[in-house]
Design a protein around this ligand. Structure first.
Ligand code: ADP
Length: 260
């Protein structure tokens, strides 16, 4: 498959700057401390998965990285660039490096599938419409929807809409892909196809991925590291083998037995 971004290299690179770094991040909504002095980082090309009960703060992390919300304390850097405070211009540059796929697809309903994918590359990256369309067609081929260029998203199944959303995110050639429970809104029979596509992307590119999911099999397959959240803190982290087969914390064990 051809995701043109960055193809996996067999060379072991010297340690590079972490692509994502959170240091001492605290986020409150009123009296509710949603993230509590959070520290973690993601190295280039790595896939980190956030698991944990609903309300533990996982989505808030993705929203912080997308600059959709601000931390009360701490620093967040993406590819070495600090966000909050940062000049608007820098925030815009950083956001170009990040693609996000949401639970609810968030496609533009009044645009064709092709236009959904070409809009941001044309407007934000300044790509010519011809180039953006050629790239969009390639990506639609990749996600198995080459015949749906002219369709409106509302005419597609949830699984197909999510594939378009994935193609749309990839069209920006992101360095980082944020996935927020991307199969939660799908009918059960459509989940496997979308996860297979994401597995392919995870294994054949070196896009850095930060993923929130309740799909533990998927997390196990794609993750280099799994972070277990509870009440706004990472209570345990490790390789998927360790977290899923031999967790240290009772809370992790309890959570996994409820979701597996
Ligand atoms: P998770 O993704 O782990 O389910 P979230 O990050 O969505 O958790 O939410 C963590 C907590 O923050 C929850 O208690 C939620 O109600 C609260 N929260 C999230 N967004 C807002 C908001 N915009 N205003 C107030 N509270 C919020």
């Amino acid at each position: 498959m051809s995701v043109e971004t960055r193809t996996k290299s067999s060379v072991t690179d010297a340690p590079a700057t972490d692509v994502i770094r959170l240091e001492g991040v605290t986020k409150r909504f009123g009296a509710n401390t949603v993230l509590d002095d959070l520290n973690f980082s993601v190295a280039p090309g790595k896939h980190v998965t956030l698991i944990g009960p609903s309300g533990s703060g996982k989505t808030t992390i993705l929203r912080l990285l997308m600059t959709l919300t601000k931390p009360d304390e701490g620093t967040i850097t993406v590819d070495g660039e600090q966000l909050f405070p940062a000049p608007e211009k820098r925030v815009r540059e950083v956001r170009k490096k990040i693609g996000m796929v949401f639970q609810q697809f968030n496609l533009f309903p009044n645009m064709s599938v092709l236009r959904n994918i070409t809009e941001a590359p044309v407007r934000v990256l300044g790509m010519s419409r011809d180039e953006a369309e050629a790239r969009a067609r390639e990506l639609l081929e990749l996600v198995g929807l080459a015949d749906k260029c002219d369709a409106r998203p509302t005419r597609l199944s949830g699984g197909q809409q999510q594939r378009v959303a994935i193609a749309r995110a990839l069209a920006m050639r992101p360095q980082v892909l944020l996935l927020d429970e991307v199969t939660s809104a799908l009918d059960p029979e459509l989940v496997a196809g979308v996860l297979d596509l994401l597995r392919d992307i995870a294994h054949s590119t070196d896009i850095t991925m930060l993923c929130v999911t309740h799909e533990m099999g998927f997390a196990r397959d794609i993750s280099d590291q799994v972070l277990m959240f509870d009440s706004g803190r990472v209570i345990e982290s490790g390789s998927p083998e360790k977290i899923f087969s031999d967790p240290e914390r009772d809370r992790t064990r309890e959570f996994l037995s409820a979701v597996l």
